[in-house]
Design a protein around this ligand. Structure first.
Ligand code: URA
Length: 521
């Protein structure tokens, strides 16, 4: 410290006031820091301020160009002045987003000391370095929490009313602790690129129209939409998936600090659900999973011929969904069939406009012989109810007709069917498409999408857009509901909102087609 004090004493004590363009403008900070350093103005002689106003167009400012990086990856602030370690710039970029008004002074002091104290870069325990690391950590944590706790609510705004195909605006209210909104916007733009959204915060707001992000002024909590039916559904869903056996209250509060609770609709249940956790856990242990009701013995080899797509119809017998089910029941084209309780074919009206295709029956479907009756199906039903549709208006089926599982103790754990197993089942699905003649197909998850489209499908990048099969049938791909159920809790609400917009597109197209067809009749 002695050497540093000498340096500080060496300059006169007139204060230099620096006024930065905004609280987060690193380029402006660097410009002033270089100038001050070049003029040998010591940190104690500088007083930092900012004339803060959010930039109105987020991408109007080019990203900060790093003209200063030399070939050996050192950051050269000015060839004549000082070189600093490469990670110092990254540190500045993060620390500048902290709300502590002292951050500029701290960063300039570090820069000054790096220029004058060669040993500083090798002293990670230095108080200034530790303070900067603490601020950077707090900023990163705030960004992490914003990614986890933003809750969008659909809002049917002006744009939606004039162009409903663009989907509703999804709006969220959030109160970050630091100046992170602009920095985190690219994350939300990437993640929710296909939907229109806006995040309001007290300091500024950001709006994504599907192509471009715009920063705007701060907002008030009341400007965000109130809870809606979707949120009610999310709350029911949250209570439903709360697993008392996995509750770790301290860990949960560490991950989801109380200060975020007032913006998290599900937080209202935490106390009650945790209070009843112990009792529910006992109940779960007492109610072990159900045993399969019956097993169909492996079919004799002769039955394979029947199942190989030739439905063994008598000359006067018509191909119907029930003859199809009877034949699929005996199918042993792949090894899955012999272990399942029964084949589960689709159900729904024969001429449904929309055919929904899932992956394969799960444990509950296998026991009941009906598609989508377990937890994934319940989530699908809730989503339909929220969107105002009935499952009974659509034909719901799976790409694979038997349940593939791995026994684990008394439980049967779902196993994803292989490509060859899905291929062995394809003719059942194609026969269903031929019989039902839907106007469109909604494929839930990768197995369904690949079976329906006849190619590998990357669900996350192809979801939510109308694709066309070679026979002209429109197909919309989205996530499987089980994927939502398996997601980390903090991602579920936003993923669920996004999923609803995909489902809505499929439902609306088939609704419109139905209306057009009935008006032509
Ligand atoms: N998952 C599916 O893909 N289909 C079902 O029927 C149930 C769960």
């Amino acid at each position: 410290m002695g050497a540093m004090n000498d340096l500080f004493d060496a300059v006169d004590d007139t204060l230099t006031s620096v006024s930065l363009a905004s609280a987060t403008d690193l380029a402006d900070f660097r410009h002033h820091a270089r100038r001050l350093l070049g003029q040998h103005i010591a940190p104690a002689q500088v007083s930092w301020h900012c004339r803060d106003a959010p930039t109105l167009d987020l991408f109007a400012n080019d990203p900060i160009e790093d003209h200063t990086r030399s070939t050996d990856n050192k950051v050269v602030l000015s060839p004549a002045l000082v070189t600093v370690p490469a990670d110092f710039l990254a540190l500045c970029q993060t620390v500048i987003l902290h709300s502590d008004p002292q951050r500029f002074g701290l960063l300039y002091r570090l820069l000054w000391r790096l220029a004058h104290e060669p040993g500083l870069r090798h002293d990670p325990l230095d108080a200034d370095r530790m303070e900067a690391a603490r601020l950077a950590h707090a900023v990163r944590r705030d960004m992490h929490k914003m990614k986890a706790f933003v809750r969008f609510r659909p809002l049917e705004d002006e744009v939606f009313r004039s162009q409903p195909l663009g989907g509703p605006l999804h709006m969220a209210w959030f109160e970050p602790q630091h100046h992170i909104v602009a920095a985190i916007t690219p994350f939300f733009a990437r993640r929710f690129s296909q939907m229109r959204w806006a995040i309001l915060t007290p300091e500024c707001s950001v709006h994504w129209d599907g192509a471009r992000a715009q920063l705007g002024p701060g907002a008030h909590r009341d400007e965000a939409p109130p809870a809606d039916a979707g949120e009610q559904l999310w709350l029911t869903y949250y209570q439903h998936i709360f697993n008392p056996a996995r509750l770790k209250l301290k860990m949960m509060q560490k991950e989801m600090p109380r200060r975020y609770w007032h913006n998290l609709p599900e937080a209202q249940f935490i106390s009650a659900l945790s209070a009843s956790a112990a009792e529910r856990q006992v109940h779960m242990i007492q109610n072990l999973p159900s045993e399969p009701l019956r097993r169909i013995p492996a079919a004799p080899l002769a039955a394979k011929a029947v199942a190989l797509g030739q439905l063994a119809l008598a000359p006067d017998q018509r191909l119907t969904l029930s003859t199809l089910k009877a034949a699929a029941e005996k199918c042993r084209n792949c090894p899955i069939g012999q272990h399942a309780t029964q084949a589960v074919c689709g159900e729904g009206p024969l001429f449904a406009r929309l055919m929904v295709v899932g992956e394969q029956p799960g444990d509950q479907e296998d026991l009941h012989g009906r598609p989508f009756v377990g937890p994934a199906g319940q989530l699908f039903d809730r989503a339909l109810a929220e969107l105002g549709y009935l499952r009974s208006s659509m034909y719901v089926t799976n790409a694979v007709k038997h349940f593939k599982f791995e026994p684990r103790g008394r439980r049967r754990m779902h196993k994803t069917p292989s490509q060859s197993e899905a291929a062995a089942c394809l003719h059942w699905l194609e026969t269903e498409i031929e019989l039902v003649k839907p106007s469109a197909v909604l494929a839930l998850g990768a197995t369904a999408a690949s079976s329906v489209l006849g190619r590998r499908v990357a669900v996350l990048s192809e979801r939510g857009q109308w694709l066309t099969r070679s026979d002209g049938l429109p197909v919309l791909v989205t996530l499987h509901p089980a994927a939502l159920l398996r997601m980390p809790e903090q991602d579920q609400a936003t993923a669920y909102a996004h999923w609803l917009t995909d489902l809505k597109q499929a439902l609306e197209l088939t609704d419109v087609t139905a209306r057009r067809e009935s008006s032509q009749q």
